[in-house]
Design a protein around this ligand. Structure first.
Ligand SMILES: Cc1cc2nc3c(=O)[nH]c(=O)nc-3n(C[C@H](O)[C@H](O)[C@H](O)COP(=O)(O)O)c2cc1C
Length: 371
């Protein structure tokens, strides 16, 4: 099994290797009638493509999305949507000397142990390029959510030691700096830190946060498919993500109940929470407030500094990786976290439609009236 399919009703399968002919996704279960064209997908893909700044890899990939099926006259038809992105500028010779050597921090050793064969060119299926399929599918999920008034915003909350405190978030600045931080001053500081790492032939990690506004209460299926459990799986499946938090996350462990609990209040018959330590999830279901998901991303494993390792035969050697790699993964992974969040929500939204008899009845009664 390759574990390449995600979701139950809004289902995505990603395929392709980083140095193969192409990479892409098949999305099945998208309702018919959603307006969709290639530029909708391209806008998302452009946010993850390399070469956007000196902090992202210099590979010159245009990553042009082509829709092969599932769309007719600018609308989804309800049949599988197939998207292809042909690989370009793949210099496989950059990787030739790595064919028999295990790169520290990469999946080379585990792929060899599991399959006995691996595509060593750029990590094959474990490459960051695999996320192209996720982002293309996430673009469609986001459009579906938008139709329902649900909006997502993702950004780099911290890079190395530079973190943006919540009260200094300025969302309009996210697209004004190449690091996608919600504060230009913090981004300038982070850029200085990255310059020092480049000089030291090293890399760093950071955190990505995604906020979702406009979610109705009740999304998520107790008990194994709770919203937070599904989000954790979705976001943790992104390469280099090492932890996922919802709301207070790890910090909740050091709080008291009286602080961590969100008090309920009511205004004109509308029930709401006065605070949002829960991050928008209670009992595994959305609670109607803003959903807050956070991902910790490890430092880029490929560094040009010399590291100790072994060959496939167990012979000790050293390695310094001079291919084209990001000194920080975070800026390019921001849209990937957003995409995986959107895919999770689109799937749970469709699943939630069958949760109550009155709603099922209303749906079919309405349908009859339409026919
Ligand atoms: C968008 C994205 C881009 C990435 N780019 C690189 C890169 O340029 N160089 C690198 O060494 N790792 C990169 N990675 C991370 C590796 O794919 C990942 O760390 C590796 O496969 C090992 O998997 P693990 O970190 O989940 O254990 C990237 C990951 C993502 C999500």
């Amino acid at each position: 099994m390759s574990g390449s399919t995600f979701g139950k009703l809004f289902r995505v399968t990603t395929w392709g290797e980083s140095h193969g002919a192409a990479i892409g996704a098949v999305i099945d279960g998208c309702p018919a009638g959603l307006p969709l064209n290639e530029s909708d997908i391209q806008t998302f893909l452009d946010r993850r493509k390399p070469g956007q700044s000196k902090y992202t890899t210099k590979r010159n990939e245009t990553d042009q999305a082509e829709i092969l099926s599932g769309v007719f006259e600018g609308r989804t038809t309800g049949t599988p949507i197939s998207i292809i992105v042909r690989n370009q500028d793949q210099r496989s010779r950059d990787y030739g000397n790595l064919a028999y050597t295990y790169r520290p921090g990469h999946a080379d050793y585990t792929f060899t142990q599991k399959y006995g064969i691996r595509d060593y060119r750029g990590g094959g299926r474990s490459s960051g390029r695999e996320t192209i399929g996720r982002v293309a599918a996430g673009a469609i999920a986001s459009l579906l959510l938008k139709e329902l008034g649900i909006e997502l915003a993702a950004y780099a909350r911290s890079i190395g030691p530079v973190s943006v405190p919540e009260d200094e978030y300025r969302f309009s600045e996210i697209t004004e700096n190449s690091l996608y931080m919600p504060n230009n001053q913090a981004a300038a500081k982070a850029a200085e830190y990255l310059d020092s790492l480049i000089a030291a032939q090293d890399s760093c990690g950071g955190t990505i946060e995604c906020q979702v506004a406009g979610l109705p209460a009740g999304l998520g299926e107790p008990v194994f498919d709770k919203l937070d459990a599904c989000l954790a799986k979705a976001v943790m499946s992104i390469g280099a993500v090492k932890a996922v938090e919802i709301g207070e996350g790890l910090h909740a462990a050091s709080l008291t109940g009286s602080i961590n609990n969100d008090a309920f209040a009511s205004e004109n018959g509308r029930i709401y929470k006065k605070t949002n330590h829960s991050g928008g999830v209670l009992g595994g279901m959305s609670d109607g407030s803003t959903l807050i998901v956070r991902a910790a991303v490890k430092p880029t494993p490929s560094i040009s500094r010399e590291q100790q390792t072994v060959t496939e035969d167990g012979e000790e050697t050293s390695i310094s990786i001079h291919g084209r790699h990001d000194p920080i993964i975070v800026p390019r992974a921001v849209v990937v976290v957003e995409a995986m969040t959107a895919l999770t929500l689109a799937d749970l939204l469709l699943e939630n439609m069958g949760s109550r008899l009155d709603k099922v009845k209303a749906y079919y009664t309405e349908e009859k009236n339409v026919q």
